[in-house]
Design a protein around this ligand. Sequence first.
Ligand code: FES
Ligand code: FES
Length: 159
Amino acid sequence: MRLVLHVNGREHAVEADPEALLLNVLREQLGLTGTKYGCGEGECGACSVLMDGELLRSCQVPAAGAQGRKIVTIQGLAAADGRLDPIQQAFLDEGAWQCGFCTAGMIVAAHALLRRNPHPTEAEIVTAMNGNICRCGTYPRVVAAIQRAARGGAQGGAA
Ligand code: FES
Ligand code: FES
């Protein structure tokens, strides 16, 4: 079936199986491989994207259900001139990864958090990020990065 998806500020028309998952369409048909396939079962958060500013696990949603909504992936966060957005920059400044596999999902989840709560406590950050798994154990640096971004006034929720 023909799908029209609004992703990272642009409309994309694709032919996809009616059951195709959003994650697979993003990665395989739109080439947006910054969004990662981790568990495929809604457990790890690696596939996180924003849909109308809300956190979404793209491995759990049919692409057809994303039509008419605004999807933002990790590759839609930086400015057109390549400047990182403040949350990406904070992760860089804090060195908040090792292998980096979880990082795209972490940054997207941090966007969703700071959108609804621009000044979270450490406990609120830990709770909000609980669904994003990092096998390298960089959680303390992830928390520090989100605190840094919040101190800098990052609002999250890129549209
Ligand atoms: S790949 Fe979607 S939650 Fe793990
Ligand atoms: S940095 Fe390796 S999984 Fe998080």
